[in-house]
Design a protein around this ligand. Structure first.
Ligand code: ATP
Ligand code: MG
Length: 324
């Protein structure tokens, strides 16, 4: 088993990123017998972040965040996407065999359009670059949140059709989501997303995090009314960070009624502080040594380029770009 996944430096990482994806990266770095590859997807981010300094900052911050959360460069390969130009070449090979309709059906593109985010060809073809990212490393498993499953299907389609046309070249990957946190809700109840301004950032300071939690939208049912915790945004978030005992208490309180959402928010803020405390301390340590972080990323890129280069050669030979 070999794992591969990427995360965009489009803003501070949030609870959805951690519980949907990063938590899996960390588990898989121990479980994969054939290595794991994780990258900061700055080429993808370029479709969103159009300010040089901000993109640079988010890229380094993203690596620091992953290290603080437990990614171990001695076990996993951590690198920056644009340090592996082979992937962009592979992307072109795949683009030439990508039906427009396949991309037009992609939900995440349609969602962003519906939210008024302007689309360019980069955003439209994003799933193809993502396919190249995955196929370049012969990954067998791709740990992601639910929103990415469709893109992994696109990747499989593209790999299958290339293999069918030019002979066995690519390994077909499978997506992997965690049932309990495949789609973490944001402060507005929609999917928590860096680009939707509805996030709880993992590394916000305590005060900022409290403020964000207080912003979470709740319904206006009377306090006395018993409530079903299932599907309640606050309870869903509490499930991620609270201890079992706290959670059981709140479950009973919901069912009994006679509480205010403000109390749940306070409990959520407290649970969050305890939960993220140790990672916050580790983050401060990594942030104090950016040189070391850059070295880790550079060493990761060397390993990643070697793998991606082998796959690119194989694909180029298969489709007639070599051997003429
Ligand atoms: P953007 O809004 O820029 O697309 P994002 O918040 O969706 O940012 P990505 O960098 O696109 O984050 O995604 C990184 C990983 O986090 C992906 O595997 C994605 O599926 C996962 N992820 C993102 N949001 C959530 C969420 N709310 N719940 C679970 N997983 C999520
Ligand atoms: Mg996203």
């Amino acid at each position: 088993m070999r794992a591969l996944s990427g995360i965009q430096p489009t803003g501070p990482f949030h609870w959805g990123n951690y519980f949907g994806a990063i938590q899996q990266y960390i588990a898989l770095q121990d479980e994969c017998d054939d290595g794991s590859f994780y990258f900061i997807a700055n080429l993808h981010a370029l479709t969103t972040v159009r300010e040089k300094e901000r993109l640079q900052q988010y890229t380094l911050d993203g690596a620091i965040d992953l290290l603080a959360l437990g990614l171990d460069p001695n076990k996993a390969t951590l690198f920056v996407q644009s340090d592996v130009p082979e992937v962009s070449e592979l992307c072109w090979l795949l683009l030439t065999g990508t039906p427009m309709g396949l991309l037009e059906r992609c939900v995440s593109y349609k969602d962003k359009l519906a939210k008024g985010i302007k689309a360019d060809a980069g955003l439209f073809t994003y799933p193809v670059l993502q396919a190249a990212d995955i196929l370049a490393y012969d990954a067998t498993v791709v740990p992601v949140g639910e929103d990415q499953l469709q893109h992994i299907e696109v990747c499989r389609d593209l790999a299958q059709s290339f293999n069918h046309h030019f002979g066995e070249t690519f390994v077909l990957p499978k997506g992997k989501v965690l049932d309990q946190s495949a789609r973490v809700p944001g402060t507005d109840g929609e999917k928590m997303s860096k680009s939707y301004n509805n996030t709880l950032a993992v590394f916000d300071d305590v005060k900022a995090q409290r403020k964000q939690i207080m912003r979470i939208q709740t319904d206006s049912r009377p306090m006395e009314e018993p409530k079903d915790p299932a599907g309640d945004v606050l309870f869903d978030l509490l499930k991620l960070v609270a201890s079992e005992a706290t959670l059981a208490e709140w479950e009973a309180t919901y069912r009994g009624g006679g509480f205010g959402y403000g109390d749940v928010k306070k409990a959520l803020a407290e649970a969050a502080e305890t939960y993220w405390g140790p990672a916050r301390e580790r983050r401060a340590e990594w942030a104090a040594k950016p040189g070391e972080v850059r070295e880790i990323l550079a060493a990761g890129a060397v390993k990643a380029r070697q793998r991606a280069g082998e796959t690119l050669c194989r694909a180029q030979a298969a489709c007639g770009l070599k051997g003429w």
